[in-house]
Design a protein around this ligand. Structure first.
Ligand SMILES: [Zn+2]
Length: 414
C-alpha cells in the first residue's frame, strides 16, 4: 500500500511538470509548421531518473573483423541467450553486421532486455531477449516536414538565407536551381527577395537530413524566377517554371568547374603563337591539367581524336543542329568513341595542352549549323519542358505552393 502514501512534495512536482508539459505542447501546437528547423523539439521523459533500474545501456561500435559471437562474449551475453539468438535467426538477418554499426545493449537491472543493431538513422535490427527471443528488422518511419522561409538580400544571399533559418545544403540547392539564369555572386542586389518551401526529414523526432526544395522563388533586379519541383514521367525529378519550362538549360555554359576564362570569343584576335589576326571562335578556360571536361549538353559523340592545331579534340552533336567542340585535351574518357550517347554534365575528357596551345586550357566552341557563336553570350535553349499530359497535375502543385506561401505571409503578419 506504499503507492497511496504520496508526500505533498511529490504532488507539487507532478502538478509542476504537468503544467510545463501543457505549456510546451500548446507552444508546439501553434508553431507546427514554422518552428526553427535546427531545433529538434524532443518530447521525451528521462525515464532513467525515475526508474534507475532500466538505466543500463552499453553502446558498442562494431570493429573491423569482429563478429557477433566475439561481441556477445565480450559484453557478457549469457551463453544460452546467445545460442537462442543464433538459433532464432533462421533468415540470417544478423549476418549483415558490419564495421561501424552501433550496438545498444539494454539492461533492466542486470538482466539483458534487448540488443539493437543500428545500421543507420532509419534501419536497425532489434533482438529482444526479455521473455521470448525475437529478431526483427526495423525501419523507422520518415516524416517529411515542410518549412517555409523568406527573406530579403542585405549582405549576400548565403548570409541572408542563413539568417532566416534555411539550412546550408538547401541554400546551395536553391542557388544551383537558379544558376542557369542568375549568378549568385555577381547578379545579386540589395533588396532582392527569396521565398522557399523545403522539406526536412525526421525520424522519431530527430532530424535525419535536409530534404529537398519543393518550391523556390527569387526576385532579382525586379525579375521573378520561379521553380516548382515535379516528378516528370519521362525525366524524373525536375524543376519547372510557371509555364512548365525546365529551369535548366539544355547546355552548360562552361563545360568544366574550377576554371576561369583566359581568352574570350573574338573574331579579330591577334593569335598568340602565329602573331597575326586570327579569329578566336571559342572561349578558353584556363584550368589545371586533368581537370574533368563535361559534356555541355545531351548528345552523341561525333568526333574523338587529334585535329591538327586543336590537339586532342572531342565533338558532340546535339539536337537542334548544335555541335560543341572541346580542344587541347590531355586525354579522353577511357573507351570514349564516336556514336556514344552522353548526358549533360557527364565527363568526356580532361584538360591539357595538346596541339597549338600556349598553356594548359580548354578551348570550347559552340556551333549552330555552320556558324560558331560565343558560348558565353549565346542564348541557350531550355532543357526539355514538362510532359504535356502532366501539366494539370503540375499546375495544381504550383497553386498549392502559392497557397502555402500566402498562409505563411499571413502567419508572419499576425
Ligand atoms: Zn581557344
Amino acid at each position: 500500500m506504499i503507492g497511496f502514501t504520496k508526500s505533498p512534495n511529490k504532488i507539487i512536482m507532478i502538478v509542476f511538470f504537468g503544467l510545463i508539459s501543457f505549456i510546451l505542447l500548446t507552444y508546439i501546437d501553434t508553431k507546427t509548421n514554422y518552428y526553427e528547423p535546427e531545433e529538434n523539439v524532443l518530447i521525451s521523459e528521462n525515464l532513467s531518473e525515475r526508474l534507475p533500474n532500466i538505466n543500463n545501456k552499453i553502446i558498442h561500435k562494431v570493429n573491423e573483423g569482429e563478429n557477433l559471437s566475439v561481441i556477445f562474449e565480450d559484453k557478457k551475453v549469457p551463453l544460452n541467450t546467445a545460442y537462442k539468438i543464433f538459433n532464432y535467426d533462421k533468415d540470417n538477418v544478423l549476418s549483415g553486421i558490419q564495421p561501424n554499426d552501433l550496438m545498444e545493449f539494454n539492461y533492466l537491472g542486470d538482466k539483458l532486455q534487448s540488443i539493437e543493431i543500428i545500421k543507420d538513422e532509419v534501419n536497425s535490427i532489434l533482438i529482444s531477449t526479455s521473455k521470448e527471443i525475437s529478431v526483427k528488422k526495423i525501419k523507422k518511419d520518415i516524416q517529411k516536414i515542410k518549412y517555409i522561409r523568406k527573406g530579403v538580400i542585405d549582405e549576400s544571399f548565403y548570409k541572408d538565407a542563413l539568417k532566416v533559418g534555411i539550412p546550408d545544403s538547401i541554400i546551395m540547392d536553391f542557388a544551383y536551381i537558379f544558376s542557369w539564369d542568375v549568378d549568385f555572386i555577381f547578379d545579386i542586389r540589395k533588396g532582392d527577395t527569396f521565398s522557399i518551401i523545403f522539406e526536412i526529414e525526421y525520424s522519431d523526432g530527430a532530424k535525419i537530413s535536409n530534404g529537398d526544395i519543393i518550391f523556390a522563388q527569387f526576385v532579382n533586379k525586379n525579375k521573378t524566377y520561379v521553380a516548382q519541383r515535379f516528378y516528370d514521367d519521362d525525366q524524373g525529378k525536375q524543376y519547372f517554371n510557371e509555364s512548365g519550362d525546365n529551369v535548366k538549360k539544355a547546355f552548360l555554359r562552361a563545360p568544366l568547374d574550377f576554371a576561369y576564362i583566359s581568352s574570350h570569343f573574338n573574331p579579330n584576335r591577334m593569335h598568340p603563337i602565329l602573331h597575326r589576326i586570327k579569329a578566336h571562335n571559342g572561349v578558353d578556360y584556363a584550368a589545371k591539367r586533368n581537370t574533368p571536361v563535361k559534356a555541355s549538353g545531351d548528345g552523341t559523340i561525333s568526333f574523338v581524336g587529334r585535329k591538327s592545331g586543336y590537339g586532342r579534340t572531342v565533338e558532340i552533336k546535339h539536337g537542334g543542329n548544335i555541335k560543341t567542340l572541346y580542344a587541347h585535351l590531355e586525354n579522353f574518357k577511357p573507351k570514349l568513341k564516336v556514336g556514344d550517347k552522353v548526358s549533360q554534365g557527364e565527363v568526356i575528357a580532361f584538360v591539357g595542352d595538346s596541339g597549338q596551345a600556349t598553356g594548359t586550357h580548354l578551348h570550347f566552341e559552340f556551333w549552330q549549323g555552320l556558324i560558331r557563336s560565343d558560348p558565353v553570350k549565346v542564348k541557350l535553349p531550355s532543357a526539355k519542358a514538362i510532359n504535356s499530359s502532366q501539366l494539370n497535375e503540375f499546375n495544381n502543385l504550383l497553386t498549392l505552393s502559392y497557397k502555402s506561401l500566402n498562409e505563411y505571409n499571413l502567419f508572419l503578419n499576425e
